[in-house]
Design a protein around this ligand. Structure first.
Ligand SMILES: Cc1cc2nc3c(=O)[nH]c(=O)nc-3n(C[C@H](O)[C@H](O)[C@H](O)COP(=O)(O)OP(=O)(O)OC[C@H]3O[C@@H](n4cnc5c(N)ncnc54)[C@H](O)[C@@H]3O)c2cc1C
Length: 437
């Protein structure tokens, strides 16, 4: 039984149905017209292929060739192309209109045989044999058609509602940032500095922003500290508009822009539930944890998390549900993998927040220009770029070698470049940033 029909829940339902395992998904039918999570990374494309939906995703989306990272006030610019991941991942991804994309995943799960219950899943928590336990309440059991004594495995895919964690009061760890995001869709917001479809992430004078091209519109979001947000105005609309107006990188491009949606607000991200499963229950997608959105890993974690749960637990078929020790081992493996993913993303995103990524980039450019025997310097630069791009694409994010390489680059290969603080995301910059040493 899956609680929540977002991307994690529908992907899991579709994958299980492909194995011939019937599951029931509780869908509370709450689908706002506007949702964050529009920019995807190449690591999700293999899941689309497994579900047999890539052509339908492509039709509704904009092809994403890569992502660019800018620093305000003439700071450095990095253009990552997904061509760098050739050989181990697709060399592109998509920017998706979220409500349509979510509907597609749901439709596909249904086509494959998953069943949906249009109801909010009410839950009851407690302690069994000293461990937190959870079950559906009477109304939800009735809606699902459960008989007395039926004890399905419950999967929490309720997203940031974190239905199981809240009901059982599960412990969680928060990341170091606790920012707030405001976003909306715009028409006529210029997006001419990069290839069509390329996403732009900018380190602003205060906080950072995203610009995600979608068919016929641009999704623009700003992420700032809660303290700075209060100085931008009283309402979400004022805050987004003022942030754009005050930031040279955005203001110039927004001169003719027209907002065509309401402004949405998101807060509290960077969170990981310490315990991902227990007797009869398991967490998946945002319900397990949410990663900071700067590198767009959210949907990847939801889709690949569902894929991991399917592989670790259900490749043995449904019999595993009657074999407690084997089930425990499979769930442990799944939880360890997802937890490791979260830690790896957190580690990677820190390089972008604290500015080290821009130092590595500038040092790499210097290195590539230096004459060296057998072109070693520029080969080294290409090698590093491939690893960084592959980590940000969901390919080598957890790779020990790539992570060590990043550490090595940021510590020892950064001569003649300005300090990382110059490019770090912070509250409000007083001094203009310079890329010069
Ligand atoms: C500011 C910001 C920007 C982001 N940008 C990106 C991005 O560019 N790219 C990206 O990949 N990710 C991004 N994300 C993350 C992404 O949006 C999420 O990771 C993703 O939506 C999680 O999917 P999910 O299926 O786990 O949860 P959700 O999408 O939240 O789905 C959960 C579903 O469960 C339902 N539900 C909850 N409780 C119950 C219940 N008791 N009974 C029945 N149904 C229930 C909910 O209504 C919802 O439909 C961003 C996040 C933030 C905060």
């Amino acid at each position: 039984m899956i609680v929540g029909a977002g991307p994690a829940g529908c992907t899991l339902a579709g994958l299980l149905a492909q194995r011939g395992i019937l599951c029931l998904v509780f869908d509370d039918d709450k689908r706002p017209d506007l949702l964050v999570g529009e920019s995807l990374i190449p690591g999700v494309v293999p899941v689309f292929r497994q579900l047999g939906i890539e052509d339908r995703v492509a039709k509704m989306s904009m092809l994403k060739p890569g992502a660019s990272f800018f620093v305000t006030d003439g700071g450095p610019r990095i253009h990552f192309s997904f061509k760098n991941v050739e050989g181990h991942l697709p060399t592109y991804s998509y920017n998706v209109p979220r409500p349509e994309f979510d509907n597609l995943l749901r439709t596909r799960a249904e086509e494959l045989g998953a069943r949906f219950v249009h109801a909010h899943a009410g839950l009851e928590g407690g302690i069994r044999n000293g461990e937190p336990m959870i079950q559906l309440d009477a109304a939800a059991r009735e809606a699902a058609g459960l008989k007395p004594g039926d004890m399905p495995l419950l999967v929490d895919c309720s997203g940031r509602a974190r239905a199981f964690a809240r009901t059982m009061n599960l412990d969680s760890e928060r990341g170091e940032r606790d920012d707030i995001a405001y976003f909306a869709h715009f028409e006529d917001f210029e997006h001419d500095e990069v290839d069509p479809g390329q996403v732009i992430i900018s380190v602003l004078r205060a906080g950072w922003s995203w610009r995600i091209p979608l068919p016929g519109r641009l999704s623009v979001g700003i992420v700032v500290s809660k303290e700075h947000a209060r100085t931008l105005g009283a309402t979400a609309e004022e805050r987004l508009e003022n942030a754009i107006r005050q930031e040279p990188l955005l203001a110039a491009k927004a001169a003719r822009a027209r907002r065509i949606t309401p402004v949405m607000t998101y807060s509290n991200y960077q969170l990981l539930t310490r315990c991902g499963h227990g007797p009869g229950w398991v967490l998946c997608g945002d319900a397990f944890g949410f990663v900071d959105p700067m590198l767009s890993p959210g949907l990847f974690m939801s889709l690949v998390g569902a894929q991991q749960l399917d592989r670790c637990v259900f490749r043995h078929g449904l019999e595993i549900l009657g074999q407690p020790e084997k089930l425990e081992r499979a769930l442990n493996l799944y939880s360890d993998i997802v937890t490791d993913w979260h830690r790896a993303w957190q580690e990677l995103v820190r390089y972008f927040y604290d500015g080290r990524i821009f130092r590595i980039h500038l040092a790499g450019k210097n290195l590539a220009m230096k004459p060296s025997p057998f072109n070693l310097a520029s080969r080294m630069e290409r090698h590093s770029t491939r690893h960084i791009a592959s980590m940000a694409s969901g390919g080598w994010t957890r790779s020990r070698y790539s992570r060590s390489l990043m550490r090595l680059l940021s510590r020892y290969l950064v001569w003649d470049v300005p300090p990382a603080e110059n490019f770090a995301v912070r509250g409000l910059r007083k001094e203009p940033v310079s890329a010069a040493a």
